[in-house]
Design a protein around this ligand. Structure first.
Ligand SMILES: O=C(O)CCC(=O)C(=O)O
Length: 271
């Protein structure tokens, strides 16, 4: 959707725009704010990323500028929408990630052949898989394309409304495949869209939406930033500081697998 120049300058969506954005996010599972960030910033991030890549990630940390530019990690328009749908105690973590596709990107094998198309998946399953009703959004990813996203360079394919799809409970041998991966046949019966959008757009997406990376037929690297925001309850205990103490490694190695699983949110301190 379009955001007016005044709103971009004010760093604030008008009440009506905010309402529409929230409605689209709730109904379609994603909303795109077109071209709200300057190209200069996208270019700068791209060139520092490239330098970082040349140096194998050494010397340039992701916990520095321009990666932590407030327009990226604290984007006022995205924040306004997220606050509206998840309340004001949502949280995130750093560094954030990047989704990149190149001409030679491969996503495993399909019928014995290497696939240049990603499998259809949701990044987050329903909160209570098997529950017959979709609950309100609790995990959101903000994607920011660093280059123009086109069909040629493999812009994401997405199934609008798929965040609301619920399934009966399944045998949990492989939860990722059971809850997050959608079969080609099933998705083929439903309409999908390609996220064609200019660099500097801001996508706010319910992480339950089915989507996939598509083949990049160009020599340009197609990259987008991906920052995850979670509702407060995902770290309700963390708010109380109960995981503050790390478990000494000597203690950790003596714990049973069951105990290590129960205390998995603690860090383990080397001695
Ligand atoms: O790069 C994309 O277009 C989507 C990437 C993605 O869905 C993922 O890696 O989970």
């Amino acid at each position: 959707m379009e955001v007016s120049l005044e709103e971009i300058k004010k760093n604030k969506l008008d009440a009506e725009t905010l309402n529409i954005a929230v409605r689209i996010l709730n109904e379609a599972g994603y909303v795109v704010l077109e071209k709200v960030l300057p190209l200069k910033l996208m270019k700068n991030i791209r060139s520092v990323l490239e330098k970082r890549h040349e140096k194998n990630g050494e010397e340039i940390t992701l916990m520095s500028m321009p990666f932590l530019d407030p327009r990226i990690i604290d984007n006022p328009l995205a924040m306004q929408i997220i606050k509206e749908v998840m309340g004001d105690k949502f949280f995130s973590y750093l560094p954030y990630g990047f989704n990149t596709t190149t001409r030679d990107a491969r996503y495993g094998t399909v019928n014995g052949e290497e696939s240049d198309t990603q499998w259809i998946h949701r990044d987050s399953s329903q909160l209570f898989p098997g529950f017959p009703i979709a609950l309100p959004v609790s995990k959101i990813v903000v994607n920011i394309p660093l280059v123009d996203f086109t069909v040629e360079n493999g812009c994401t394919e997405l199934w609008p409304g798929s965040h609301l799809i619920v399934d009966p409970p399944v045998d949990i041998n492989d939860p990722y495949h059971a809850y997050n991966v959608c079969s080609e046949e099933r998705a083929a019966a439903l309409p999908s869209v390609r996220l064609i959008m200019p660099a500097g757009s801001v996508v706010v997406r319910d992480m339950r939406c089915w989507h996939r990376a598509m083949p990049n037929h160009t020599d340009e690297i197609r990259t987008m930033i991906a920052i995850v925001y979670l509702r407060r309850f995902y770290n309700a205990m963390g708010d109380h500081g109960v995981f503050r103490s790390g478990i000494p490694e000597g203690m950790w190695v003596q714990m049973s697998e069951r105990a290590q699983n129960v205390y998995r949110f603690h860090s383990v301190i080397e001695q």
